[in-house]
Design a protein. Structure first.
Ligand code: KIV
Ligand code: ZN
Length: 520
């Protein structure tokens, strides 16, 4: 049995199905490039039939990201598979992942198909996909609630028609580790042929990582996971946790390992968090900001004397070392581009000019910028590869204990300047009201949080919020040395995203996603 587990990353497909996440093509490409640096084996880049936006993002990734296999998801319909192939055809290595549900509940209520029809669909879909590529993955959706004998029949048909990976999804997060391990082992025994067996776990009972690891011990040689465990409902199995469990306790897994460059885990986590607007909980294993923090005196004393007293992993191994000061206000364009290049970001042309202008603005106000500051800045600029309609030109405000908080905001709207002054209960609210009035976009601010990128009073403020318009909540993110300005930037960012989706006429909620029980 191979001693390497294939890391199949589905952050851009299953992860992007999390409520309120809507990444544009530039943001998806940025994440895909980071996943390649991280060393994942397969990137599931999206679900091309789902929307034109998804198709274009998958195609852009297939055309430019090299290293990992680029995979697209498709249902079993021929048009899905054709569209999927169209999107991934230019990849260095391309995989089609096709799926159909095999549980009684999904077949009856969602597919409205008989088990016989499902068998035919599965076989024909795999055979059709094999006409395009010899790398075809098949998943029996809702495997954990499927009749075992029937599911194995379908899996055998998939292998006989050419599937090279059999992925077993716990679509609704129903499985318990021991049971999941037994199921994976039993499938391997029952289904004949040459295939890699894979596990895809959801976290509804908080067991996605435990189930994935049990699957590895039962013979799975691919695990499907996401950065920070983002995904539908309670999420998918968290990649960083699986990887570090295998790396930290090899004796428990027969020495199997992954090809992940673990020093890139923390950065990948921060990038995904910034671009999706999903904060990472402070005590999240491996990548949470407290994962290596020691609060009690006894622990601090122990770690100072010998790190391993209370640390089972070295923070440097997951890239959570000290944030270094890298640039200041005297740094030039060349040093800026060079530092980004060393950090793994290659910006050119307009993107570089824009990022450098933003850097100068921030560096003028903050003495020195760290790698983390630069990462946040690049993430903020990435979305702007798509030309947004509104740009924040300036915000000025006043308030205090005895003054009504007031903000004046100037926006650029396709070259036209819009200036509005508004009041609020606080200065942030006043700035958001002014932006609302200037853009005419009405909605409800549902979430708002401020964190500092690094520590200290001179840290950059990183504001994450959600703005809900017509029942759809969009994330917004903004960065500045000033909290009101960071909030205004985040608010404008959310409004631009809303307008982008409205302009494209696409509603991602209309698509039938795996795990949903709506009709196909
Ligand atoms: O959870 C699920 O069933 C899926 C499949 C498409 C693998 O995401
Ligand atoms: Zn899933």
């Amino acid at each position: 049995m191979a001693d390497q587990v294939i890391i199949f990353d589905t952050t851009l497909r299953d992860g992007e199905q999390s409520p309120g996440i809507s990444l544009d093509a530039g943001e998806k490409l940025e994440i895909a490039e980071q996943l390649a640096r991280l060393g994942v084996d397969v990137i599931e880049a999206g679900f091309p039939i789902a929307s034109q936006g998804d198709f274009e993002a998958v195609q852009a990734i297939a055309r430019s990201v090299r290293g990992p296999v680029v995979c697209g998801l498709s249902r079993t319909a021929r048009k899905d598979i054709d569209r999927c192939w169209e999107a991934i055809a230019d990849a260095g290595r391309a995989r089609i992942h096709t799926f159909i549900a095999t549980s009684e509940i999904h077949m009856r209520n969602k597919l409205r198909m008989t088990p016989e029809q499902v068998k035919v669909e599965a076989g024909e879909a795999v055979a059709h996909a094999r006409r395009y590529t010899d790398d075809v993955e098949f998943s029996p959706e809702d495997a954990s609630r499927s009749d075992f004998d029937f599911m194995c029949e379908v899996l055998q048909i998939a292998v006989d028609h050419g599937a090279t990976t059999l992925n077993i999804p716990d679509t609704v997060g129903f499985a318990i580790p021991e049971e999941w391990g037994r199921r994976i082992a039993a499938i391997r025994e029952r289904v004949r042929g040459d295939y890699v067996i894979s596990s895809h776990c959801h976290n509804d009972l908080g067991l996605a990582v435990a189930n994935s690891l049990t699957a590895v011990n039962a013979g799975a040689r691919q695990v499907e996971c996401t950065v920070n465990g983002i995904g539908e409902r309670a999420g998918n199995a968290a990649m960083e946790e699986i990887v570090m469990a295998l790396r930290t306790r090899p004796e428990m897994f027969g020495g199997v390992d992954t090809a992940i460059r673990t020093e890139e885990l923390a950065r990948s986590s921060r990038l995904v968090s910034r671009l999706t607007g999903y904060a990472v909980q402070y005590n999240k294993a491996v990548v949470g900001r407290n994962a290596f923090a020691h609060e009690s005196g006894i622990h601090q004393d122990g770690v100072l004397k010998e790190r391993t007293t209370y640390e089972i992993m070295d923070p440097a191994v997951v890239g959570a070392g000290d944030s270094q000061i890298v640039l200041g206000k005297h740094s030039g364009r060349h040093a800026f581009a060079d530092t980004l290049h060393k950090m793994g970001y290659d910006l050119h042309g307009d993107a570089l000019n824009q990022a450098f202008a933003r850097f100068k603005e921030l560096a003028d106000r903050k003495v020195q910028l760290t790698e983390e500051d630069l990462e946040a800045l690049v993430a903020e600029e990435v979305g702007d590869t798509v030309r947004y309609r509104y740009q924040l030109v300036s915000v000025s405000c006043h308030g205090g204990t005895n003054d009504t908080p007031t903000a004046t905001v100037v926006l650029d709207h396709d070259g036209e300047k819009l200036e509005v002054t508004a009041h609020g209960d606080g200065m942030v609210e006043a700035a958001c009201t002014a932006i609302r009035q200037a853009t005419g976009v009405e909605g409800r601010l549902t979430d708002y949080s401020v964190t500092s990128v690094t520590g200290g009073v001179d840290a950059l403020a990183d504001v994450a919020l959600r703005f809900e318009v017509d029942g759809r909540a969009m994330p917004g993110r903004g960065l500045s040395t000033d909290v009101v300005e960071a909030s205004a930037r985040a608010f404008v960012n959310a409004i631009n995203r809303i307008q982008r989706v409205q302009d494209s006429g696409e509603d991602p909620r209309e698509v039938d996603r795996p795990g949903s029980l709506r009709g196909v």
